[in-house]
Ligand binder design. Sequence first.
Ligand code: SF4
Length: 64
Amino acid sequence: MKVTVDESTCTGCEVCTDLAPDVFEIDDDMISRVKVDAVPSGSEDKVREAVDSCPVACIDITEE
Ligand code: SF4
């Protein structure tokens, strides 16, 4: 699974970083960044939860 965040839409609310801190991090501009090339298998459910929980729906996943 790969995941991307639309930086222009992200509000930096930290929902995704709270759910999957090994995948997302908030940068100095208060935007969520994806810090992995591929989502670790053990974090996939949390990433899907982040997609469903993001208040501005700016996280996209690609299943491989
Ligand atoms: S949940 Fe969405 S809006 Fe909030 S920090 Fe993550 S990507 Fe940005």
